[in-house]
Design a protein around this ligand. Sequence first.
Ligand SMILES: Cc1ncc(COP(=O)(O)O)c(C=O)c1O
Ligand SMILES: Nc1c(O)cccc1C(=O)C[C@H](N)C(=O)O
Length: 410
Amino acid sequence: MPDTSRAHALELDARDPLAGLRKRFRLPAGVIYLDGNSLGALPDDVPGALDDVVRQQWGVGLIRSWNDADWWNAPTRVGAAIAPVIGAAPDQVVCGDSTSVQLFNTMIAALRMRPGRNVILTDPATFPTDAYLADSVARLCNAEVRRVPAAEAAAVLAADGADIALAAYNHVDYRTGELRDLAGITAAAHAAGALVLWDVCHTAGAVPIDADAHDLDFVVGCSYKYLSGGPGAPAFLYVARRLQQDFDPALTGWHGHAEPFAMESGYRPADGISRGRIGSPPLLNMLALEAALGVFAETDMAAVRAKSLALTDLFIACADELGLEVATPREHALRGSQVAVRHDAAHPIMAALIDRGVIGDVRPPDILRFGFNALYVSYADVVDAAAVLGDIVATGAHLDPKYAVRSTVT
Ligand SMILES: Cc1ncc(COP(=O)(O)O)c(C=O)c1O
Ligand SMILES: Nc1c(O)cccc1C(=O)C[C@H](N)C(=O)O
């Protein structure tokens, strides 16, 4: 039986090589934050950096800061800082725009790069924005969306892949936290002549992605979850170097032009990853993200992954002891960095948890989600959160009518 005692958790914290990174984040007193898989906690470096960007770079530098503070190159500079986190050699990652925009842009580029093929293969359980965009892209490009669960994707690609242009999958199921077979689906897609687009929103900064080692084609991820870039922080796009000269995105904005300030009347794409740029980037968010990324230079993704698995192992053991139904796979190879617990009263239980300072979220119909960012969640947090959860379920505290009211964002 795993040891779920608080004393043992404190021992684990004392031995944790990442424990020192927790102070790099501003965590409110009295809160156990287990929703970094939706919005990451505030890094300590961000307020000062933003203050400088607003007061000095914007307030004093004004338009000069495009040059003097190198705003112009921020998308590729911040992309270069994200690259090691996702296992990418330099010059393959650009930062900017939302995940949704990047997904749309890349799906169309992939269809253009595989003429004669008209199918986008995706998961029926994909994150909603991915599904909605695939359907819209299909309407725009006269293509078809074929919905095949990730577990069956490699077999479908092998048996019936001739018309598939793109396999577009989420690295982690946002509900259950199940980690998908990135290597297997990618290899099967390539054997079938298709491209792959991985949405790594739930793994960037939490799970090694090894984009180059796995020979991925396109990767899109957000930066406001495990990367802690802040609300609305821009997404990133990886285009493998070998594909960049053929990358033909839908959104041909002027920042992706070969010579933006030549103000030419026609579009000529920039070389390399810069052609993934679109229009003016959200610089305040992007420069906050740049400051947030500093912490990743002080650790490596193998250490982050090892602690994340240990945290989720411990939480699963606690949930087992409480007799709760865990929806997240127990095998490490199949687990992201969150634990999902099924309960018919998921909403009121989460409301009661939040009331007591334990912040997670819920997803329909019955999933309580708990995300574990190894950079700032401690083992003591895990057992303390589980103790509050156990107390609520045992006492029926969640049955209080005040917890029946649902908030807009959960
Ligand atoms: C897998 C996945 N893709 C996309 C998104 C969101 O896209 P956007 O950043 O455009 O809101 C999320 C979360 O919101 C997500 O979990
Ligand atoms: N992106 C979000 C937002 O704009 C508002 C509220 C929550 C989010 C999230 O990130 C949700 C998250 N992607 C999920 O897995 O459900």
